[in-house]
Design a protein around this ligand. Structure first.
Ligand code: PMT
Length: 224
């Protein structure tokens, strides 16, 4: 059994992929299964933390000893994460959050056009939850962790994203149609705002989860 080194702590984890509805039958989504986020939540619970897991569209059953909040869209995920973060020692954003949503939700199913044309979907930006959490910490010393899903120039994009988002740690992983999304394994480099870079070799998502908490631990504010 794990050492209870997160006992007395409240941590928030987001998992899964948001779905942005276009009409009553369609949405814009992504390939996140939620496995990495659930591994993080289970690992923190095993280490003694009180865990709030905000999940989007994973279909995974609730892990034992974890408070699960189920959401659908990026806007709903933002609301649930900010609420849970109010008294959290750490927040880990493993969810794949849509950067854009359809500008208009059609209340009826969008029909094929008589002239053979196809509709144009206008998109608007979603709020950047990680940037907001990092800029407006709910508590002094709250640790904010992001993930970066990249397909190319993974480390360069990761370093840039760490600066832009302002989080304490950024877990940079490579993704593709069959890479990382949905699989049991992951491989990453964890970048810290102090410049430290920790490579995590290819292995179970549980192992990456443990390393994330190992790096969060020394950055937590003194326990009260
Ligand atoms: O779910 P699995 O199948 O196990 O796959 C795991 C994973 C690939 C989804 C996970 O490891 C991962 O990389 N999650 C982050 C996916 C993502 O949205 O990456 P991004 O580079 O687009 O976003 C960077 C960070 O900002 C993320 O922490 C994201 O949660 C956050 N974000 C993004 C957009 C937005 N509008 N608000 C955000 O808070």
């Amino acid at each position: 059994t794990a050492a209870p080194d997160l006992a007395g702590r409240h941590v928030v984890v987001s998992a899964g992929g948001t779905r942005e509805p276009l009409d009553p039958v369609r949405y814009l989504g992504n390939r996140s299964s939620g496995k990495q986020g659930y591994a993080l939540a289970r690992a923190a619970a095993a280490r003694g933390a009180r865990v709030t897991l905000v999940e989007a569209n994973t279909g995974i059953p609730d892990p034992a000893g974890v408070d699960v909040v189920r959401v659908g869209t990026a806007v709903q995920l933002r609301e649930a994460v900010l609420k849970a973060a109010a008294d959290a020692d750490a927040v880990v954003m493993a969810a794949a959050v849509a950067d854009f949503r359809p500008a208009v939700y059609a209340s009826g199913k969008i029909k094929k056009q008589d002239d053979g044309g196809a509709p144009t979907v206008e998109l608007v930006r979603n709020p950047d939850i990680l940037a907001e959490l990092s800029a407006d910490r709910a508590l002094p010393g709250q640790v904010v962790v992001g993930f970066a899903a990249e397909t190319d120039d993974v480390l360069a994009h990761g370093r840039e994203k760490l600066r832009r988002k302002g989080c304490d740690l950024l877990v940079v992983n490579e993704v593709g149609e069959r890479k990382t999304f949905g699989s049991e394994e992951n491989e990453a480099v964890i970048l810290a705002s102090d410049g430290a870079e920790t490579p995590v070799p290819y292995g179970p998502k549980e192992a990456l989860a443990e390393t994330v908490w190992d790096l969060v631990l020394p950055r937590l504010r003194p326990a009260t």
